[in-house]
Structures are given as structure tokens and as C-alpha cells.
Design a protein around this ligand. Structure first.
Ligand code: SAM
Length: 448
């Protein structure tokens, strides 16, 4: 310990990470919601004192090169106050009540605690923690003994109830926590080596600007699953190749929409824009279809990195340029393709941004800006499912009115029925809407 005033935090830091700015960081009353006089995590910021003080003032720690602050989780263990960085890709705040638990705890007791909002920081065997999570999942999914007598009024209500239930489930299951060491090692018996998976999701371990953290087991298992997918890739028949999705990036599992883009007649082979490229799958497909140059955009740094990696792996880097942009790149193209998130709803976590489009922002932005980004005689291809229409979240008339208002006409619409297993799952609360769903490629052109 190097004489840091924030002693409680420094206890959880390896010696090399101990605070060098101790003389400057003081306890201060926290902002609303934080415990008074809460300890800070001290860091060696390679001299970036301004950032470190800003972080300290916010009650957060800076942990990576992009200086994204992470919150701090606090708990007591063997009578000693402890804390560590809190990681939650879903954007959940650190649980306020945390107890330390191990293999002795019963599933019923753990479930009661989780439902009350008390998190369990696991110190037992890793595989037992996995089993406990499965036991909690079974309990959370148990149907209430007395089902509500009131029938669900509409598909829209069913959708909102379903999302509420999903978010309750996620909250409860996120209450089982694991410690991560500064190098993302898991200091538990029979724990897997998840360092690569964590590195892919959280970024590289950069010595002094990283440190011990706490994460929910559920999130960690998600990271490990995403790592396996990234390694193996998803077969995309229309591309005749595999796409390797990164953690948090929309994966082309539903191949039918890719097939629509693979078969629509190309208006030109010179240039195309792919708006919101995700893994880069549609840009790659357009390149393989012979378009000389494609500019692919996205706003999400993970998507940009993922698209670049896929394009390079497929040997298409000379044809496809991946750029960070809000919707369109500079200029005009004879073909502008976009597959926006299909549901107009608020994402409940940052990683849902590729699925939910609040107020149809991306859809409306694409439609409104399309005419100004097409060359004369050019086409805009909009890939969209009508699930939102079956759920009563958007109407067909609204979509057609938006085309009209943007000076666009429909040249053709190709439809395909989704073939994913959920479309046929009668136990799904959204079954009626999913069973009726159609995915379409709208070929749009300037109306005059
Ligand atoms: C449904 S995913 C489609 C990904 C890919 N084109 C595909 O078809 O698999 C939508 C993508 O749009 C991106 N996106 C959302 N808003 C955007 C915006 N304003 N500008 C650029 N990209 C955006 C998301 O990050 C996400 O990668």
C-alpha cells in the first residue's frame, strides 16, 4: 500500500496498480444515489490526471484508452469493506446489496435473495455457480400458480408484457456475480479460461489502467458463447462463406433477408452504400455480386471493427471501405442498401441497439435522406420485416406515407417468410405476430 487515502479500494488492487495520485483524490460526498463518502478506485493513469480527477469526481474509475468510466461495486467480506470495478454490458447499475456466497447456499435461498435485489458474489466452485444459475432460471420461468384472469388485450400489450417479463428475468438472473482478476482470470475452482472472451468484449488488458472487477455470471456466459460464435462463424449460404460476428454485433442468423439482397436485380455495378453494416455481411455480398466499390457505414465501434475484420478475412478490403457515420457517407450512389433494426421500441440495454430502433429513428432517417444520396436512376433497398405491424407498433400506412413524404416510389417489393424456429413456436407469447411475419426488400426510387 502506497499510503493512499482511499484505503478500502486499494485493498482490492494488485500492488502495481496502487494509487499514485493518492494525494490528489479525496473522499467527497457522492452524487445522488451513491453511498455517502464512498471510496474511489485509484488508478495510475499514466499522468492523465485531469481524466482521473474527473472520474473520481463522478465516483467512477477510468479503465480503458477510450476513458469510458466504469462504476464501482462495494461489499463487505469477513468484516472488511471491499470494492472493485463493476462490469455490465447491459448497463445495469452495480447492485446496492451484495453478500458473499459459496456452494453452501441453497437454490431457494439464492432465488429469494435475487428476487429481493440482493446480489451474491460467488466464492465457491465455478461449475456449481453455473448449476445454481440453471436452478435460478428454472425458478424464474416457473409459471405463477394463479395465472392472471385478465386476457391480454392486444398484440401490442402482449409485446410490452413480454418485454417487461424479459427484463424482470434478466434482473433476477443478473444477481449471481463472479470476481474477475485484472487480467480477466476467474479466481474460482474449476473456472474456464475466459480471458480471450473478456478481452473481445471489454477490450485489451492494459496493465495499470485495468483492475479487478465483478460481473454477473450470466453476462460472462454470454461473452463466452459470443467468443465461440466469433471463432466458428455463421454460415451465410448466399455469400458462400462464413461471417464471424463480434460480441454485441447483429449476426446474420436469419438468412432469408440476406437471400433477398442476393437475388434482387442490381441497378449498377459501380458503387453502393451499405447503411448500418453490422458484421459487414451485406457489403460483402454486394462485393461478391460484382459491385466495384462499396462504402459501408455504422455508428457502433464494435460493428465497425467486426465489419472490417470480416471484409479483410473475405479478401474484399480493396472493394469495401468501412466508415464511421450516422447513416449515410458523403456523396451519392446508384445503390443504397439498409437493413435497420426492425422494432420501434426503446432498447433496454446498449447491446440491444441493433434490434430496437426507438421511434424508428434509423428507419425514418434512412427514408428521409435516401433521395439525396442516390444518383439519378438509382435505387434504395430497404430490408424490413413487418413484425412491428403485426405487433401494432407501426402501421403499413405510416411506412407508405414516409416513402411518399420523402419523394420516393416503390419499384418492387420481394417478400420472404422467416424460417427461424421461433416462427413455429406456439408457446412463444408473440407467436401470432411471428407466425404472420414477412420480411421484405423494398426497391425504392426517386418519385420524379
Ligand atoms: C439490424 S442491424 C443490420 C446489420 C447488417 N446490415 C445486417 O444486415 O446484418 C442494424 C445496424 O445499424 C447500425 N446503426 C444503427 N443506427 C445507425 C445509424 N444512425 N447510422 C449508422 N448505423 C446505424 C447498428 O449499429 C447495426 O449494426
Amino acid at each position: 500500500m502506497v499510503g493512499c487515502r482511499v484505503k478500502r479500494d486499494c485493498r482490492v488492487m494488485p500492488e502495481s496498480h496502487r494509487c499514485r495520485i493518492d494525494k490528489r483524490v479525496r473522499h467527497s460526498p457522492t452524487r445522488a444515489g451513491g453511498p455517502p463518502d464512498s471510496p474511489r478506485v485509484c488508478r495510475d493513469f499514466h499522468g492523465n490526471l485531469a481524466l482521473s480527477l474527473l472520474a473520481a469526481a463522478c465516483g467512477r474509475a477510468i479503465v480503458n484508452h477510450t476513458a469510458i468510466p466504469l462504476p464501482v461495486i462495494h461489499w463487505a467480506e469477513a468484516g472488511v469493506a471491499r470494492s472493485a470495478l463493476w462490469r455490465s454490458e447491459s448497463g445495469n447499475p452495480p447492485p446496492k446489496r451484495v453478500i458473499v456466497g459459496d456452494d453452501q447456499i441453497s437454490a431457494d435461498a439464492a432465488y429469494r435473495l435475487a428476487c429481493e435485489g440482493t446480489a451474491i458474489l460467488w466464492r465457491g466452485d465455478f461449475q456449481n455457480a453455473r448449476q445454481l444459475l440453471q436452478a435460478l432460471t428454472r425458478r424464474v420461468e416457473r409459471k405463477p400458480r394463479k395465472a392472471s384472469a385478465a386476457p391480454v388485450a392486444s398484440p401490442t400489450e402482449a409485446f410490452h408484457l413480454h418485454r417487461q417479463a424479459q427484463s424482470r428475468r434478466a434482473r433476477t438472473l443478473a444477481m449471481l456475480l463472479l470476481p474477475l482478476e485484472g487480467d480477466y482470470g476467474i479466481p474460482l475452482r474449476r473456472a474456464p479460461d475466459a480471458r480471450q472472451a473478456c478481452m473481445e468484449a471489454y477490450g485489451p488488458v492494459d496493465g495499470p489502467i485495468n483492475g479487478p472487477s465483478v460481473v454477473s455470471l450470466r453476462e460472462l456466459l454470454g461473452l463466452i458463447g459470443a467468443h465461440e460464435w466469433r471463432k466458428k462463424g455463421v454460415a451465410v449460404p448466399a455469400l458462400g462463406d462464413r461471417i464471424h460476428p463480434h460480441y454485441g454485433v447483429f449476426a446474420p442468423i436469419r438468412g432469408e433477408y440476406v437471400e433477398l439482397v442476393a437475388t434482387a436485380p442490381l441497378p449498377a455495378r459501380t458503387l453502393a452504400f451499405d447503411i448500418g453494416t453490422g458484421t459487414g455481411v451485406l457489403a460483402a455480398l454486394l462485393a461478391r455480386r460484382g459491385i466495384a466499390r462499396i462504402v459501408a457505414t455504422d455508428q457502433d465501434p464494435r460493428a465497425l471493427a467486426c465489419a472490417r475484420a470480416n471484409i479483410a478475412r473475405l479478401g474484399l478490403a480493396d472493394q469495401v471501405e468501412v466508415v464511421a457515420a450516422d447513416l449515410f457517407p458523403e456523396g451519392r450512389a446508384p445503390l443504397v442498401v439498409c437493413n435497420p433494426p426492425w422494432l420501434p421500441a426503446r432498447p433496454s440495454s446498449p447491446i440491444e441497439h441493433a434490434v430496437y430502433d426507438p421511434d424508428s429513428r434509423m428507419l425514418r432517417g434512412f427514408i428521409a435522406g435516401l433521395a439525396a444520396h442516390m444518383t439519378p436512376g438509382g435505387e434504395g433497398w430497404l430490408v424490413l420485416s413487418d413484425l412491428a405491424e403485426h405487433l401494432g407498433l407501426r402501421s403499413r400506412a405510416e411506412l407508405l406515407a414516409a416513402f411518399d413524404a420523402a419523394g420516393l416510389k416503390v419499384i418492387e417489393r420481394s417478400d420472404v417468410r422467416p424460417s427461424h424456429p421461433r416462427a413455429a413456436d406456439a408457446t412463444d407469447p408473440l407467436h401470432a405476430a411471428r407466425a404472420a411475419e414477412m420480411t421484405s426488400l423494398w426497391r425504392l426510387a426517386a418519385a420524379t
